[in-house]
Ligand binder design. Structure first.
Ligand code: DCP
Ligand code: MG
Length: 430
């Protein structure tokens, strides 16, 4: 063993015993869960994400489920919210229609979500995080960034060990597991927490960042969704390594401000700090078109898709919103926002979409747009959202119809079922 390998800082994640010589098992307790990294005790930025959050809580509350495949879902949308890791091995994924999930895993135990319970566990975990540092930025119900710089004195331990203790504490006191990512910036801390799930603890240091990123797909970069990945693919760019060889000016000329982000993140440069007041004030989703659009039916299609994304994000954050906001940017970069307050908060794609449609109707007057966005503000507790049929007696029927349509589309393809939303008084989308 070389001298440098000998001195890599590390410890056992089970008994926390220091372990500087890399080995297969802990010399003290025999656990294989050892953590060694040359920058282990310098890194301070963490991302923590609970493992199969809803499913883990249900397993905790019913030990008979421990080794069984468990799916949380059904309810309003008939899709999988989350699946435990046993069900994932069998091919079940988040957002999968329930009937497909049950095809993949017929013996799965399906449980309806109990949001109230999940929100309360989420709050307990957040309170524990705040004991580590005041700099906690929640991203959703089960995940947060933590900046642990300057906490070494307080905890009498470097952040890496404080985080390992935290993971143990959550297991012992709350009864579910978490995965930790530790790095020097937000981007890589978030990437790291996903590397070894469940019960993971991964470290990405400054020295290996560029090498680590080299072979990864561009979709790992924050803000590179499916559509933008396709644009990059058309330009022959698939890996982050390719971005690493490109000039900043070139990337900016091609992709605007996004180009700058690609330049920086591909090199592991990310100066964003952990924002304490990061509690969302609104949840929205928007898209910039490849070519400017003015035809109502095209705008409506985007509106529909974006409304579904907003509903999905609301669900993930355990939020609802009472004001629907439509955002449009004209071809000559003028911004138009229109909003409408609902009778009750909502987290349903259908209600967001219909309200957005109403707002869009007046704006789709032949103007050419380069961007459309939809979102909700006035965020509220999802338990208060969408009281059954109080608002619109048709709503639950429509939700059921939406589900039936989704099923047909899954079976026969998207083109089979057109819903023919009325727009501007005429029937479209035939
Ligand atoms: N969620 C949802 N619908 C989705 C994705 C997630 O309702 N399509 C909910 C259920 C999850 C919770 O949000 O339990 C947290 O989302 P994550 O993406 O962190 O997923 P999990 O915690 O379930 O799994 P992982 O272990 O991959 O983090
Ligand atoms: Mg999670």
């Amino acid at each position: 063993m070389s001298e440098s390998a000998r001195s890599i800082p590390g410890f056992c994640r089970d008994c926390l015993k220091e372990q500087t010589a890399p080995a297969r098992r802990c010399l003290a307790c025999g656990s294989p869960r050892l953590l060694n990294h040359s920058e282990l005790y310098q890194l301070t930025l963490a991302h923590i994400d609970c493992d199969a959050f809803y499913a883990s809580i249900e397993k905790r509350d019913n030990p008979e489920l421990a080794d069984k495949p468990v799916i949380i879902g059904g309810g309003k949308r008939g899709v999988v919210s989350t699946a435990c890791y046993v069900a994932r091995i069998r091919g079940v994924r988040s957002a999968m229609p329930m009937f497909k999930a049950l095809e993949a895993c017929p013996d799965a135990v399906v449980i309806k979500p109990n949001m109230e319970k999940y929100v309360s566990v989420g709050r307990q975990i957040r309170a524990m995080m705040l004991e580590l540092t005041p700099l906690v930025q929640p991203l959703s119900i089960d995940e947060a960034f933590l900046d642990l710089s300057g906490t070494e004195r307080l905890h009498n331990d470097p952040p890496a060990r404080t985080l390992a203790r935290f993971a143990k504490r959550v297991e012992n006191e709350i009864g579910i597991t978490v995965s930790v990512g530790l790095s020097y910036c937000k981007f890589l801390a978030k990437v790291a927490s996903d590397l070894q799930k469940p019960r993971g603890f991964s470290v990405i240091g400054q020295t290996e960042a560029v090498d680590f990123l080299k072979g990864r797909p561009v979709t790992l970069i924050w803000g590179v969704g499916k559509a933008f990945a396709q644009t990059l693919e058309r330009d022959g760019i698939r890996t982050i390594g390719q971005l690493q060889t490109m000039e900043e000016a070139d990337l900016m000329r091609r992709y605007g401000t996004m180009g700058q982000r690609l330049y920086r993140l591909s090199r592991g440069l990310d100066e964003r700090t952990v924002e304490v007041d990061g509690e969302a004030k609104s949840v929205s989703s928007e898209t910039t078109f490849n070519d400017d659009l003015s035809r109502p039916e095209e705008l409506v299609q985007h509106l529909r898709r974006l409304s579904e994304q907003v509903a999905f994000r609301l669900r993930k954050s355990a939020l609802a919103g009472q004001t629907v906001v439509l955002k449009l940017k004209t071809a000559d970069f003028k911004l138009r926002t229109r909003n409408r307050r609902l009778e009750s908060p909502t987290c349903l794609a259908d209600r967001i979409f219909r309200t957005g449609l109403h707002l869009l109707e007046k704006e789709a007057d032949g103007t050419k747009y380069r961007l459309i966005g939809i979102g909700v503000s006035d965020l509220a507790d999802p338990a208060l959202a969408d009281p059954p049929d109080l608002v619109d007696p048709q709503a639950s029927r429509r939700a059921a119809a939406e589900e039936a349509i989704n099923k047909l589309r899954d079976k026969f393809g998207k083109a089979t079922v057109e819903t023919g939303y009325t727009f501007g008084g005429r029937r479209r989308g035939q």
